[in-house]
Design a protein around this ligand. Sequence first.
Ligand SMILES: [Fe+2]
Length: 155
Amino acid sequence: MNYLNIEKKTLNKVAESLNLLLADYQIYYQNLRRYHWHVQGVNFFDLHVKFEELYTSAQLVIDELAERILTIRFKPMATLKEYLELANVKEIHAEKDSEMVSAILDNHKIIINQMRTVLENAAECEDEGTTDLVASLLSALEKSSWMLDAWNTKS
Ligand SMILES: [Fe+2]
């Protein structure tokens, strides 16, 4: 049943860009887990908790994205191999706490970029459902970037 009332072939680009966003999120999620486990030093308690908070929300976003792809009648990428091959976000082996925060900010930049691509594609075919979802994820990520940047600014 075509409950979307949008031509499937026009949604190809939306699904493709959502899948790349999903791949980016999976690598981002794993970077956060790594930092949650590997963080050391005087900021341990703050950052250990902050990274957990971030990966917990990333995990929810991952499911939202995959289910949006299904909702528009495409298949979400679902193997680590594909994620690693296709994601623009890369695994970053940061050691120091400020390097970890900078790496997360870099990940956010790439993800926000990909979100804008999704939004452009969704706007083209009037896929308001995707626009609504991704626009709200985008502003949340921007806010989180502001906070991490504030933490990382030397006063
Ligand atoms: Fe933990």
